[in-house]
Design a binder for this molecule. Structure first.
Ligand code: ATP
Ligand code: MG
Length: 357
């Protein structure tokens, strides 16, 4: 019997709807598996907490999470609170505090989803994007001088460390090796960014020697956007810097049919700290409180969490239930062109799980 201690942080907007839905399907899974239970602890951090306390999470917040097995996170964002506060004050604090240096985003067109690439054959688009999540373009280092004057200037410093590049490359090669095609594409821009990206390429070449069974290639980030659309089947596992992967993974989510479906994991591969799983969508205030949010992105994130915890049987059962639901158009939410509610999708997944014993 294994009990997993899970921190649930709904955050803002539709995060408050999809995280309870996610807990619900995990409870349904636990009910039908003898050896699996979850102990959830909820944290009310986010923009409302900020309005009361002036911070998105308490100063000792990380200590409250430290001994959890994993974190299930909703979304942080609020029309009345500046983005840099909602982003840096909560999500990034957790990512950085727990050195979750690998951001992993599986992308696949699920059954029944009307994805925009009409030439794409089933199975063509089956990628995992690995995003460097701890340094690079989002180091937060930089500044502005002479504000308001004609000579005003500003910098954002992108820092890559050799140790940081080595660990993300090794993670990406290992992940590629674990997938059937054993194939990795390293995204670069070393033709124009002639220092850090050249080191990035050199490290990729060196780490590749540790994985002789992985086929790998290099692609410029600009060219890779065209390749994702013209030759999706030529890609499998993809590794890129923080900024490059940020852009590519939004493109990937759109190509797979909807922002509402896509999951992500912020992983500490060394397992020193809990890893954090979340849908990639934001707080979506336009549909908040109406029960219309698609909970699939959260459910798929829960699948990733179960895989990370080593519960591959439960992960497979949940994924099968998700695919059965997406295959049924009457269970599509608004973002997929349907009219189903969060509750209907959640109930359908729970029922499928109950019947899949
Ligand atoms: P944030 O500022 O936190 O990123 P946002 O308002 O930009 O939030 P996003 O989640 O990034 O919202 O998504 C943009 C739009 O896509 C939303 O306004 C919403 O209409 C739609 N959308 C996103 N996620 C979902 C979902 N899970 N279900 C249904 N629609 C969604
Ligand atoms: Mg957004």
């Amino acid at each position: 019997m294994r009990t997993y201690r899970i921190a649930a942080i709904p955050g803002d907007g539709i995060g408050k709807e999809v995280i309870p839905a996610g807990k619900h399907v995990l409870e349904a899974l636990a009910k039908t598996a003898d050896s699996l239970t979850f102990e959830f602890e909820d944290f009310d951090w986010g923009a409302d907490y900020y309005r009361q306390h002036g911070v998105m999470m308490p100063a000792d917040g990380l200590d409250a999470l430290r001994d959890k097995d994993a974190i299930l996170f909703g979304s942080a964002g609020d029309p009345d609170v500046p983005d840099h506060i909602t982003l840096w004050g909560l999500r990034l604090k957790i990512c950085q505090g727990f050195d979750q240096y690998a951001n992993v985003r599986p992308t696949r067109i699920l059954p029944g989803i009307d994805a925009p690439l009409k030439r794409c054959k089933p199975g063509d688009l089956d990628w995992v994007i690995v995003r460097e999540n701890s340094e690079g373009e989002y180091s937060g280092i930089g500044g502005r001088v002479h504000q308001g004057h004609p000579i005003e200037a500003a910098t954002d410093v992108s820092i890559l460390t050799r140790a940081g590049v080595e660990r993300i490359m090794r993670f990406a090669f290992r992940l590629a090796q674990s997938r059937p095609r054993k194939q990795l594409t390293v995204i670069t821009k070393s033709n124009a960014q002639r220092h850090a990206m050249v080191m990035w390429d050199e490290v990729a070449l060196r780490i590749s020697k540790e994985f002789p069974d992985v086929k790998w290639d290099k692609e410029l980030v600009d060219a890779s956007t065209a390749r994702m659309i013209n030759r999706p089947g030529s890609l499998d596992t993809i590794v890129a810097t923080n900024l490059h992967a940020d852009i590519l993974s939004d493109l990937a989510a759109a190509l797979a049919g909807s922002l509402g479906i896509a999951p992500t994991g912020n992983i500490d591969p060394e397992r020193r700290y809990p890893s954090m799983f979340e849908p990639i969508h934001g707080s979506a205030f336009d549909i908040m409180g109406k029960g219309l949010a698609n909970p699939i992105g959260t459910f798929w994130s829960a699948v990733m969490m179960l895989e990370h915890l080593g519960e591959s049987g439960a992960a497979k059962r949940l994924m099968r239930a998700i695919e059965a639901v997406t295959a049924s158009p009457k269970l599509h939410t608004g973002d997929l062109g349907g009219s189903a509610t969060t509750a209907q999708v959640t109930e359908a997944v729970c029922e499928l799980i109950a019947n899949s014993q």
